[in-house]
Design a protein around this ligand. Sequence first.
Ligand SMILES: Nc1ncnc2c1ncn2[C@@H]1O[C@H](COP(=O)(O)OP(=O)(O)OP(=O)(O)O)[C@@H](O)[C@H]1O
Ligand SMILES: [Mg+2]
Length: 297
Amino acid sequence: MYKAFFGFKENPFNLSPDPTFLYRSSMHEEALANLIYGVQSRKGFIVLTGEVGTGKTTLLECLRDFLDEQTIEFAFIFNSRITPDQFFEMIAYDLDLRCNRNSKTEVLFALNHLLIQQANEGRTSVLIVDEAHNLEWEVLEEIRLLGNLENRRGKLIQIILAGQPELDRKLDAPNLRQLKQRIVLRTSLQPFREEDTVAYIHSRMERAGMPDQTVFPPELVAEVHLRSKGIPRVINAICDNLLLTTFALEQRVSTTEMLDEVCRDMRLEWSSNRLGRGERGRYTPDAYDQPSFSRGD
Ligand SMILES: Nc1ncnc2c1ncn2[C@@H]1O[C@H](COP(=O)(O)OP(=O)(O)OP(=O)(O)O)[C@@H](O)[C@H]1O
Ligand SMILES: [Mg+2]
């Protein structure tokens, strides 16, 4: 709505996990490098964890681009609330396995065939599971068994499990000891530090068509960092709403009053210790699980 007003080519704070908007913080860079290294060196199991909205799916999308470029076969399971049967059906669909996709035996047979064929050509294959903290025990057990497939040069399929920190706790369960032992690489995402929030906002504005942005003054960006706790999805939601308010008021620069209004509408809570009044609000990340970020609702 405000694109033309500010001269943007695209919406700078879209909530989708679009790799073309990737801001390469050292943390995201390192996590992506770990994922790529894990795949290339056939490490077997790799786990990526991070709080809600810190960029896990965005990194998986970057990895998907890398795998496409390298023509490495992969299956991407993004809906993890599935039964074992659905799990095999989704793998068969993604890898285009020619078999009865409703028969686990046939899918396993065709998958094994594909993995060995790829391995003979010196290639590997990848299974990516997003939201892995939601996986049922039975599906995790099937995943563990897939991870057993190997030849003398390493694992035939590289398995990436991405999810919220509960995933780590789930993998600590006694019945998943065998799976946990097989995880050779772990990487995690944390909320941004203030300098990353600043660079992140600038990078998204630049990518959308506004280099050297002046809409958000430095003090306001510092306040956005405080109120968002450095969580990229919350930063996006705040900045998008700020741009909308600024546009609605036909202004060129966002103000603290606008930010206050946006945060009220978003029902955002944060610690206000920066103000030096000793008061501490309550920060509730759960509030952003299913955010209702549109204005005026
Ligand atoms: N490094 C980054 N560069 C650009 N955008 C990012 C980055 N990290 C996160 N984002 C943005 O933040 C939002 C949330 O990211 P994403 O959906 O990847 O988080 P997530 O960790 O998968 O969240 P969830 O736990 O809810 O699945 C998206 O709009 C995404 O584009
Ligand atoms: Mg995600």
